[in-house]
Write a protein that binds this ligand. Sequence first.
Ligand code: NDP
Length: 398
Amino acid sequence: MSKVVIVGAGGVGGVVAHKCAQLPDVFHEIVLASRTESKCKAIAAQLDRPIRTATIDADDVPAMVIFLNEEKPDLLINVALPYQDLHLMDACLEAGVHYMDTANYEPPDEAKFEYHWQWAYQDKFKKAGLMALLGCGFDPGVTGIFTAHAKKHHFDTIEYLDIIDCNAGDHGQPFATNFNPEINIREVSAKGRYWENGEWQETDPLSVRHEFDFPEGIGKMPMYLMYHEELESLTTHLPEIKRARFWMTFSDNYLKHLEVLENVGMTRIDPVQFNGQEIVPLQFLKALLPDPSSLGPLTKGKTCIGCLIRGVKDGEQKQYYIYNISDHEACYAEVQSQAISYTTGVPAMIGAKMMLEGHWMKPGVWNVEQLDPDPFMADLNKFGLPWTETTPETVSLD
Ligand code: NDP
C-alpha cells in the first residue's frame, strides 16, 4: 500500500494529481497539500476518485514535520517552487519520508540554479535509509533519462549533447509564461552558459541564436542558448561529454515584451520601496500576468523536447536525435492542463512510480541519469509521453 503527499497545487501539481489518481494500484492514497487549499480542492474535484487535500506552508519545517508524522506517506512529491526544496528535504529527513522534485533549489534572492545545496544532503539521506530523487520533470528529467538511454543503448562515448526545448504552441495572449512567471523569467533573463572542454562558457542572455527544423510538421523555429540545470548534473555524471548546451525556442513577440520589461526594471528580483512598502518587481509582475493554469483551454499547437547527441559507437562517429512531441489540446482534454505542465507532471508521476515499485529505490540523493533508464522509458510510452529516436546524418548546430 503506497501513500503519497503531493506538495504544490499549481499547473504541475494538477497534472501529477491526475496521473497518480489514474493508477490506484500504485498510488493507493493521495494527499494534495499546498498553501492555498482551495486550489487543491479545485483539482480534487476534477478527479475520478477521491483524494484528500490539506493546507500547508512548506517553508514552515516544524509544521511540515508534524503534518508528515500525522499522514505517514511513503513519498513526498515536491511540485511547489524551487525555493521550498531544502525545507521539504529537511522535513522528509526528520519524518522519515522519501522525497522527489522537478527543479533544483534556488535561493529566493539570487537567480542561481545549482545542485550543490541539494547534493550536500547525500550522506544525510543515505544514513537515514531514504531516497531523494532530484529533477524528475521533463527538463530536467526526461532529458537526463534520454541521455542515459542513449549512453546505454546507442553510444560507447557521448561527446556532444544539445538539449532542445521547443514550444510551438500559441495561447493567443499578448504576453504570458507557460509556467510560474517568476521562475520562468528568472531563468530566461539569466546569462547563458554551456559546458565545453571541462569549463563553463558564459554568454549574454539570449545572445546566441540558431534555427532548427523541428519534426512532425512543426518546421523551422529560432531557438536561443540558455543555461539549464541539467547541464550541471549531466556533465558531472557523464564526464566524457565534451560540450553540453541547452536551447529553447521563443517567439519574437515574447522576446519583445521581455526586453521592455527588463529595460523598465520589472524583472528585478531585489526589493524596492513603493508607497512606503517593499515590493519585489518580478513578484508584482507575476500578480499582473495571466495565471499559467488559465492558459490551458486557450493553448493550441505542439511541444517538441529532445536531445541531439553526437559521439562514438563501435569506433564510428554517430549522430542521434530523440524527442517527444506533445499536443497542448490533447493534454488539456486528458488532464485540464496545457503541455508544459503535462510534460513536467507525467515524468514526476513516473519517477514516483519508479521509486514506489522499487525499480529506482536506493538511499541517497540521485539525479535521474544515475538510474536505470529502461523501466522509465517504457512507462513514458505507456503514460502519455511517447518518444521517437532517429539517426539523422546531416543535422548540425555548429
Ligand atoms: P505554480 O506557480 O503554478 O504552482 C506552484 C504551487 O506551489 C502553488 O500551488 C503554490 O501555492 C505552491 N506553493 C508555493 N509556495 C509554497 C509553500 N511555501 N508551501 C506550500 N505550497 C507552496 O508552478 P508550476 O506548477 O508551474 O511549477 C511547479 C514546479 O515545477 C516548480 O518548481 C517549477 O520550477 C517546476 N517545473 C519543472 C519543469 C521541468 O520540466 N523539470 C518544467 C516546469 C516547471 P499558492 O497557489 O498558494 O501560491
